[in-house]
Design a protein around this ligand. Structure first.
Ligand SMILES: [Fe+2]
Ligand SMILES: [Fe+2]
Length: 383
């Protein structure tokens, strides 16, 4: 999913109408992996039939009972200030804590900083993700403070996620190693650009997307935690680790929602899973732009892959994990279209791994090159 694999990517089969979400699935060639560029696709909106909206609404009591308890109240949650130098102590003590943070962050290589900044920017575009969830039919927060359990989940999830960007941002600011102005411009641009995950306002697809994404961010933050520890920055390791544990809890909730949908509406959910994978899961920050590097996202992504923070192999792992977790191979009672979707999804991971092998062969043949990142004062990172 870095720039090397783009030749293997192709647009998903299109030819859909705006009224029904379910389309033919490919039998033959499959190129799969993370979507990394903006492809031109027809904008499909509100594709979910009203009978499915009723299914979503019928789950409200279940969401209240089985999903909302996984949110943590503010007084039981960690907060960014738990991990950062305490600015309310006498200045000398505060300065000593900041100095320790800076001494440890001095060990981090530039490529690592680029990856961490990218994670932070992705977290900071949270307004985009809250409005993403609120675009899905049947789960809308109609008033902005609605008592509907779906709406409560979206707000509670957002409130928890909000701590991630705050914590990473403050850490990076105090480290003194990054160009905050360029980072802040990138965040402003990203929120203004938004994202189109192609979920068609359809919560079946939306929750497949969020299951995938939360698992992917769990893996990403877990790997940045491990690398920080290896590089001698235990504070940053704790920071990335605590964020990863939130992502894990959120992942579990979204996986449970899709599991429930599979139980009550098996074929529709199976088709939604196949549809999202066929389109490929887009990274939420794919529209990032710092106003300088026109290939910023692919350069950033090459750094992510280069450090092994998230690779095509990880994409296949996430997929395999979800296939097993949702027991997709054992689903029964599917229509023939549903069975085709099942076959497609269950056979996808090995194909992605093959694609990864091909990418690696390409990568070995390609010469390494340096890219300057504005986020780290235009220093060059070898990709
Ligand atoms: Fe997050
Ligand atoms: Fe998340």
């Amino acid at each position: 999913m870095n720039c090397i694999c783009s030749p293997a990517f192709q647009c998903p089969p299109i030819g859909k109408t705006t009224t029904h979400p379910h389309h033919k699935l490919p039998h033959a060639t499959v190129t799969a992996g993370l979507q990394m560029t903006t492809t031109h696709h027809h904008e499909i909106t509100h594709s979910m039939p009203s009978k499915n909206i009723e299914v979503i609404k019928s789950l409200e009591p279940w969401v209240a009972k089985s999903i909302l308890p996984s949110l943590k109240p503010a007084d039981k949650s960690w907060q960014p200030s738990d991990f950062l130098p305490n600015s309310s102590q006498p200045f000398d003590q505060f300065a000593t804590e900041v100095q320790t943070l800076r001494d440890q962050s001095a060990m981090l290589p530039d490529a690592y900083l680029v990856v961490l900044v990218g994670s932070m920017i992705t977290e900071e575009a949270l307004p985009t993700y809250e409005s993403f969830l609120n675009r899905h039919d049947g789960i809308l927060d109609e008033t902005g403070a609605s008592a509907n359990p779906w709406a409560k989940w979206t707000r509670g999830w957002t409130a928890e996620e909000n701590r991630h960007g705050d914590l990473l941002r403050t850490y990076l600011y105090l480290s003194g190693r990054v160009d905050m102005l360029m980072i802040e411009r990138t965040i402003q641009n990203l929120i203004a650009s938004g994202m189109d995950a192609e979920t068609e306002n359809n919560p079946y697809m939306g929750f497949v997307y969020t299951s995938f994404q939360e698992r992917a961010t769990f893996v990403t933050h877990g790997n940045t935690a491990r690398l920080a520890k290896e590089r001698g920055d235990p504070l940053l390791a704790r920071i990335c680790g605590i964020i990863a544990s939130d992502e894990k809890r959120h992942e579990k909730a979204y996986i449970k929602i899709v599991e429930k949908l599979l139980e009550v509406d098996t074929t529709t959910t199976m088709l939604a899973i196949a549809e999202m994978l066929q389109k490929r899961i887009k990274m939420p920050s794919h529209l990032m732009n710092d106003g300088h590097d026109t290939s910023l996202f692919s350069h950033y992504w090459a750094a992510v892959e280069g450090l092994g923070v998230f690779t095509v192999g990880d994409y296949a792992n996430v997929l395999e994990f979800l296939v097993q977790r949702w027991r997709l191979e054992n689903l029964e009672g599917l229509t023939s279209e549903g069975q085709r979707a099942q076959e497609y999804v269950c056979g996808l991971a090995p194909k992605i791994r093959k694609l990864q092998e091909r990418n690696q062969e390409w990568a070995q043949k390609m010469e390494q090159h340096g890219v300057n990142f504005s986020w780290i004062f235009n220093k060059k990172v070898i990709l």
